[in-house]
Design a protein around this ligand. Structure first.
Ligand SMILES: C[S@@+](CC[C@H](N)C(=O)[O-])C[C@H]1O[C@@H](n2cnc3c(N)ncnc32)[C@H](O)[C@@H]1O
Length: 269
């Protein structure tokens, strides 16, 4: 992205790093500013495999969307969707079933602006600029209602979003509201940062991210399981990203704890 002011969408604070743009940089994207890149460098110093964690997360997202599409899901709600990058949800889903509908949700201006550009010609996918911690705003947004039929199964994606929700916004209650809104047969896929594993330097990541717009809150296995409510986890249950149904012939990471993120998919009974 150009560093000229003209390229900054309204409402974007380019001086304070944002996770949308840090993540974009870690994945090799160009929609980020100098403070985002400096913060990515600080994160790499704290957690040297952070770019691998991001890539493993994207690979899980692709496999989870494929799984849902093959299970008959035709509409997706992607919470905290980020800046478009390789393998966006609508590209994966619409390749498997043309006409699959996707609503992306993010509150960061660069992510929203680039999603709008990418989706301008796609009648079946859109972006809603909203705070995910306000489920009623997301669920009742005009664009959400235009593309999602809540009487039919939904693929709810919460991929690296839960750990940006602070305890005082009641993440378990927020997830429950989304789960309650969707029909039986709906799927929930999520990934969530944990510091259950010694290979994840949770305290240092928390401290470093305090200088950004997005503080992080790693959670334990029990706390992450709670986000699925009474949805039934499909095999292999809650694992880390590389261990969730790895592609044929591709072995999970040698040390799955280094994935840093719990990952799972569950179905609404
Ligand atoms: C690390 S990126 C993940 C992007 C994508 N879900 C993925 O996993 O590849 C996290 C995204 O969540 C967004 N985000 C964080 N908190 C949010 C909130 N409360 N409401 C909406 N978006 C949020 C950030 O702006 C960022 O784009």
């Amino acid at each position: 992205m150009s560093d000229t002011v003209e390229w900054t969408p309204a409402g974007v604070d380019r001086d304070v790093p944002s996770v949308a743009r840090i993540y974009d940089y870690l994945l090799g994207g160009s929609h980020n500013f100098a403070p985002d890149r400096a913060m990515a460098t600080r994160l790499l110093a704290v957690q040297p495999n952070v770019a691998d964690i991001a890539r493993g997360n994207r690979a899980f997202l692709r496999r989870a969307v494929q799984f849902m599409a093959e299970a008959g899901v035709r509409q997706f709600l992607d919470l905290g969707s980020g800046i478009p990058t390789a393998g966006n949800v609508h590209e994966i889903a619409q390749k498997i079933v043309p006409g699959s509908r996707v609503v992306y949700v993010d509150y960061e201006g660069v992510a929203v602006a680039h999603s709008q550009l990418l989706l301008a010609e796609n009648a079946d996918a859109t972006i809603v600029q909203c705070d995910v911690s306000r489920p009623n705003d997301v669920l009742n947004a005009e664009e959400t209602r235009r593309l999602i039929d809540f009487s039919q199964p939904v693929g709810l994606l919460a991929i690296t979003i839960g750990h940006y929700l602070p305890p005082d916004c009641d993440p378990a209650g927020v997830f429950a509201r989304y789960r309650d809104a969707i029909a039986p047969g709906s799927h929930l896929a999520l990934t969530h940062l944990t510091d259950d594993f010694t290979s994840v330097h949770g305290d240092e990541i928390i401290e470093t991210m305090k200088s950004t717009q997005n503080h992080v809150f790693p959670r334990t296995r029990e706390q992450v399981l709670e986000l699925f409510g009474d949805f039934e986890l499909v095999e292999p249950g809650l694992v880390t990203t590389s261990g969730w149904r790895p592609d044929h012939g591709i072995a999970p990471a040698v040390d799955p704890e280094r994935d840093g993120l719990y990952a799972g998919v569950a179905v609404k009974p």
